[in-house]
Design a protein around this ligand. Structure first.
Ligand SMILES: [Cu+2]
Length: 158
């Protein structure tokens, strides 16, 4: 009788430990993202009037997040996320931002496109770009439009 009671208790202690282990493992998977934005640049299109491309590195030292939308404080401007599918650009609605990784936006790769900018927006014009993340919320970047570098671009720009 005594022995069987002890056994039962041991068994339940083990199941509690297993349960806690599962809870801790699940907690690790949903660790909060830790996002920082490095070297953001807004570069005017050398070819198309009223267009600019935003490049940056989104560093995430925490858990996974999703970039849900991008916007700019320019009346009438259209801001979108572009990825490269082979040599063509494709618009995407959201972008996964994996944890423990850096997501790079660059010419010839994934980038943020600003189209239909007001005529008042020229080289040196300041604006605010807002990145909305599913978990991290909104990150606002103060940017200035920069002139495109004069070297050839391999068609990375529109
Ligand atoms: Cu594009």
């Amino acid at each position: 009788m005594r022995i069987s009671l002890v056994r039962k208790r041991k068994f339940s202690v083990i199941s509690v430990i297993v349960f806690l282990g599962a809870v801790i493992a699940a907690g690790c998977q949903s660790a909060p993202p830790r996002i920082s934005i490095e070297s953001p640049h807004a570069i005017l299109s050398p070819a198309i009037y009223g267009e600019a491309m935003v490049t940056m590195t989104i560093k995430n030292e925490g858990g996974a997040d999703v970039l849900k939308s991008v916007s700019a404080d320019m009346p009438g401007a259209k801001v979108s996320l572009h990825v490269m599918e082979g040599k063509r650009m494709a618009r995407v609605e959201t972008m996964d931002i994996p944890g423990g990784n850096s997501t790079v936006f660059k010419m010839g790769g994934s980038h943020i496109m600003i189209e239909n900018m007001p005529k008042t927006m020229t080289e040196g014009s300041p604006f605010t770009l807002t990145l909305a993340f599913e978990k991290s919320g909104e990150k606002k970047l103060q940017l200035k439009l920069e002139k495109a570098p004069s070297m050839p671009m391999n068609g990375g720009m529109h």
